[in-house]
Ligand binder design. Structure first.
Ligand code: OOG
Ligand code: MG
Length: 253
């Protein structure tokens, strides 16, 4: 079994590295096996010199669940190799079929794991920032089951973090407009993220303990897309406006 999981992890890791899609898995993984594959694939990235810098939550909004036909919250891990500079450029060729999502990010100043109160969550956050996630499924046609997407690190592939705002700003219901090449493509609210993005951070802490790790000071936690994701081609310029927070952008070359 261990050998089989390692084999799946290798296939997904190579697909991510080479930006070439693979067929849907024949292996019928359980959810726990899928998270094990995720960890094994991540270990390969770490062995190549990448550093784990946080965690991304998935399917924390109805819009995302409906778009992908999955109704369970999931997570993936972020590495330093996935970071795209705010205002910067990333090569479209690095991805199979990238999509972008409007998100909110938290940066931690204290470790987190397990059940925590809102107060403890707030106390653990150094800053909040508007963020864009670049998701990219390693499966053909961006099609997957719950276990398959978890094994694929929940489609993690890139993230852009905006300038920091203090943890006391109200993020419960901020309008968000995601534009591509100047045209608004998705419009929503941070409230779409579990009713309040703070709940996503609390859920991330619960996941961390459940899957045997601790979020560390300095880690980034992405709360999940507030709207459906938008597919991007080479040359696309992506902009996110979040009510009361800084505007952020980047481009695909
Ligand atoms: C899975 C990742 C979901 C989010 O913000 O909900 C996600 C996918 O849609 O490919 O990142
Ligand atoms: Mg996301």
């Amino acid at each position: 079994m261990k050998h089989e999981l390692d084999n799946v992890a290798n296939r997904l890791d190579v697909a991510a590295r080479d930006a070439t899609a693979i067929a849907q898995l024949d292996e019928q993984l359980t959810l726990d096996e899928a998270y094990e594959v995720q960890a094994l694939a991540l270990a390969r990235r770490v062995k190549r010199g990448e550093r784990i810098v946080g965690m991304k939550m998935g399917f924390t909004s109805r819009a995302k669940m409906v778009q992908m036909g999955i109704d369970e919250m999931i997570f993936g891990r972020l590495t330093d190799g996935m970071l795209v500079e705010e205002g910067g450029v990333t090569r479209r060729a690095r991805y199979v079929h990238p999509r972008v999502e409007p998100e909110i990010a938290f940066r931690l100043r204290k470790p987190l794991a397990g059940r925590i109160s809102h107060f403890e969550a707030r106390d653990a956050v150094e800053y909040i920032a508007p963020a864009i996630e670049i998701i990219d499924s390693r499966y053909q046609n961006f099609k997957f089951s719950l276990a398959d997407v978890v094994a694929d690190n929940s489609s993690s592939s890139g993230f852009i973090i905006g300038p920091p705002h203090g943890p006391d700003i109200d993020i419960a219901n901020l309008g968000m407009v995601l534009s591509v090449d100047g045209a608004p493509r998705e419009i929503g609210s941070s409230a779409a993220i579990l009713g309040n993005p703070w709940r996503s951070l609390i859920a991330a802490s619960v996941f961390a303990e459940r899957y045997g790790f601790t979020l560390r000071p300095g880690d980034i936690v992405m709360a999940g897309g507030a709207t459906a994701a938008v597919a991007c081609e080479a040359g696309a310029r992506v902009k996110l406006e979040t009510q009361g927070l800084a505007e952020i952008s980047f481009s695909f070359r």
